[in-house]
Design a binder for this molecule. Structure first.
Ligand code: PXP
Length: 240
């Protein structure tokens, strides 16, 4: 059964626009869980532009919510994450000037650093994932790094679909990477830029076990409500 992780970073973005307390990411996490989210994803960025340390602490202390904490390889962030003790970790690249995570990790350049970070989380029995591009070479490196899961960056695919360009090669790349990862014993996740249509297309890939979706869910909820939007995604994900 495929799972839905709901990324609630942009609840914090709206809250921070006023610098006050509403809307509350902890309330959003509980509400999303009640609406059917299998897990909650939050990204503790180095610049703390949306989720803050206190949000992460409060959300991760909820016993009945599985939390996937996205972090960069920054030493201080890794230390904070080890203290916060989420259920899952997803290591992502981070660039201060980006609007959002623009691509997968550079595994070749960061091999040694990643290996050390992965082993620290694995020692604490925290499921660890690497956010990577759909590349066969990266999947092979991820396997060598002894990570539990890979999350495939679907941003390029989503942009092609949304701009009505030919996406078949990119879809093939995602499928090929997913099949290889699963064969090597890595759990396969997918995320970034996904909406109803792109998620529906990706559900055809049997190997993908988890989708992590944020911006579209929060944006669409303005019109239809978080409960309804999560239920719509659950239906799409279950339909295969
Ligand atoms: N997965 C990862 C690893 C991410 O970094 C993000 C964005 O924070 C997402 C999924 C969700 O992307 P989006 O907000 O575009 O749905």
């Amino acid at each position: 059964m495929k799972r839905l992780g709901v990324n609630i970073d942009h609840v914090a973005t709206v809250r921070n626009a006023r610098g006050e307390f509403h809307p509350d990411p902890l309330f959003a996490a509980k509400f999303a869980k009640k609406s059917g989210a299998d897990s909650i994803t939050i990204h503790l960025r180095e610049d703390r532009r949306h989720i803050k340390d206190l949000d992460a602490k409060k959300i991760c202390s909820q016993k009945n919510i599985l939390v996937n904490l996205e972090i960069s390889t920054n030493d201080n962030i890794v230390k904070s994450a080890l203290k916060i003790k989420p259920n899952f970790i997803c290591i992502v690249p981070e660039n201060r000037k980006e609007v959002t995570t623009e691509g997968g990790l550079n595994l070749v350049r960061n091999k040694l650093k990643l290996k050390k970070i992965i082993s620290r989380f694995k020692k604490k029995k925290i499921r660890t994932s690497l956010f990577i591009n759909p590349s066969v070479n990266d999947i092979k490196i991820a396997k060598k790094l002894e990570v539990d899961c890979i999350e495939i960056h679907t941003g390029h695919f989503a942009n092609l679909v949304k701009s009505k360009k030919n996406y078949s090669n990119e879809l093939k790349r995602i499928k090929k990477s997913s099949i290889l990862a699963k064969k090597l014993g890595l759990e396969v996740h997918a995320g970034h830029g996904l909406d109803y249509k792109t998620t529906r297309l990706l559900t055809k890939i049997r190997e993908i076990e988890e989708f992590n979706i944020g911006h579209f869910i929060i944006g669409e909820s303005i019109f239809y409500g978080l409960n309804k939007v999560i239920k719509n995604f659950k239906k799409i994900i279950k339909s295969r």
